[in-house]
Design a protein around this ligand. Sequence first.
Ligand code: ADP
Ligand code: MG
Length: 590
Amino acid sequence: MAIIGIDLGTTNSLACIYRGGRVERIPNELGEYKTSSAVSVLGDGTVLVGAAAKERLVSHPEATAASFKIWMGTEKALTLGGRVFKPEELSALVLRQLLEDARRYLGEAVEEAVISVPAYFNDDQRCATKLAAQLAGLNVKRLINEPSAAALYHRYSTQTGDCQLMIVDFGGGTLDVSIVECFENIIEITAIAGDNHLGGDDIDRAIAAHFCQENGLTEERLDPTLRASLYRQAETAKIALSSAPAASIFLQQGEKRYSLVLTSGLLRQLCAPVFQKVRKVITRAMKDRERGGRIHDVILVGGSAQLPVFGDFLEELFGRRPHVAAAPDEIVALGVGLCAGIKERAEDLQDLVMTDVCPFSLGVSTCSYVGDKTPHMAVLIPRSSMLPASHQERFVTLQDNQQGLRFEIYQGEGYFASENLKLGEVVVRVPPGPAGEQSALVTFTYDIDGILHVSAKSSGGDYRDRLILNPKLRLTDEGKARAMERIRQIQLAAQGTQRNQLLLERGLRLYEQTTGRLRNLTGQLVGYWKWVMSQGGLIEQQRNYERVKEQMDWLEAQAEADPLEEDFWYDEGEDKAFFEGLEGEEEDEL
Ligand code: ADP
Ligand code: MG
């Protein structure tokens, strides 16, 4: 049975498979490799995943969610169309859609996968990712760090000589920086640093905030649709700057029209605080390496790495412009696909070896004296240890006849335990005896997936062994079965309907965004397309699809156009021409 590789991204997700001696990208129903990590609940309870769902962020913000990966491993609940979802459940729905697409493409069901996670994901976030896969009915063969996957594919596809690389993965919601040593067939990750809350979304947010400030608007007071439209336009304008000197953003609220012209200079200024944080992460990765040595190349991956202003910033930092990877937003998925091939023991990949490190220090809280109110963290596995890592340490009682030893398990770099993330705890009983005589041996094992296992054995023989999971986030077997059933019950949009649905959702979003004449035209087009869709005749739908899409593209271009540049003088012929070729048929059939 096939194992696929999945890049479950904040913004976009992608699946790949290794077969016939190469990594293949798996297209979705729209024929695209990237599937938006967006989920929307329709009126009838059906769930849309992907581009059509992303459109609904504007038209149906209360029923739609995106970027929920940033909530993975937390107790955050999101309400979509009146139903409450946990972040891992939304991720499970994205996974289900990817599996569905893979099944259609490969002609067989897929039940096993390698999934990538940001290197900087902590234990809770990794466990939540594994849980999401389980909820989608998927067996996870391995979690792999995203930049490591990118490094693996980069090495495999470029076959450069032995070298030291820095991989900077700058996506929608996360930044990961890793340093990689490539020697013959061995790829060794030597340091990892990152920020789980830094990415293109922050840039969009900065643009939106600036827009509001310039126009005297209060962002929190904008209605959700207008706000979603502003964010969407902020992202579009940001991306447009990759190929144009300036881009405009417009917002219409009642009679009032607000606007902003975004230039590269302004974008650079707005990005400054974000880039400052990027700089810190890069510095930390450089310092964390065991061995020094020069960097041969800096490889940029992730959607946001394509920003020219990001390249400018790094060029200033490094004195040389880094390379943007050949397929910056696919390379992680390609690497995960390769990793799936290695897992399947593909003949031609057998001598490829990759080692990884842990991004965080792990330890237990310890009191130095009786009554110590601010316990510190005794580190058992320091960050940047090579995976899998294992370490044991003995802890003794502080009081006479102490009944047990309780170990709180933490992850992080702070001296005081309370500054770090608590992962769980283990308690062992000890026999009575004078202080310092009874003890427990604590063993930490950090596995290849970056998930921690802890055991403690007391001098009295009491033994506790557990996979560490935040108790607040832990599901009982029963709870898990219930959650799986709940996800299984949800209907995803029927196969073959995605393209049409996307066109409809696009129209609905445009309708929300426009006013006046454009809105009128959009409304009529949506009405027409809805009618075509309801007719069920596949050939009829197919025949109309291209034409309606063309009209929609035209409307979109008009909605984005600068009103002073292109759309100033009224042209009588235009509206008429717009419906030529569509109207006749509708009347015929009605
Ligand atoms: P993730 O791995 O977080 O899912 P991606 O690597 O696909 O995300 O990157 C998504 C981010 O990249 C979004 O914030 C998007 O706005 C941004 N992005 C995509 N293409 C471009 C581009 N050409 N220029 C600038 N930013 C881009
Ligand atoms: Mg990514």
